[in-house]
Design a protein around this ligand. Sequence first.
Ligand SMILES: [Zn+2]
Ligand SMILES: [Zn+2]
Length: 117
Amino acid sequence: MEPAPGANVPKKPEETEGETVLSYAYVQDKQFVEVLNARTWEENSDYGGLVLQGACPICGHPDAIDVFVPIVIAAFKAGAEVSKEYAECQCGENHNPPSGKSGCGRWGLVSPRVGGG
Ligand SMILES: [Zn+2]
Ligand SMILES: [Zn+2]
């Protein structure tokens, strides 16, 4: 069967606006930690702790980071030592992760900090 005129015009390969989706890699990432360390954590008095939420510094997708540290905020502000928290990208984008995993896989240990010094 002859293709209709114009039917075999090669289509442009699919470009998602010049953006390639990063492939999943479960690696500890220095940049991931640096960016998250610079972010300010939210105080959550309902749960009694600090919350860090936001986009992943590596893949840039929203709702990727969600870390909660149970802590007495007043004590934290007074200089109490807090151990670093494990943070991992869990964005909703498909990075072809292994089953049971989500996000781009980048992770790191982040130090909680709050605004206002
Ligand atoms: Zn992502
Ligand atoms: Zn990510």
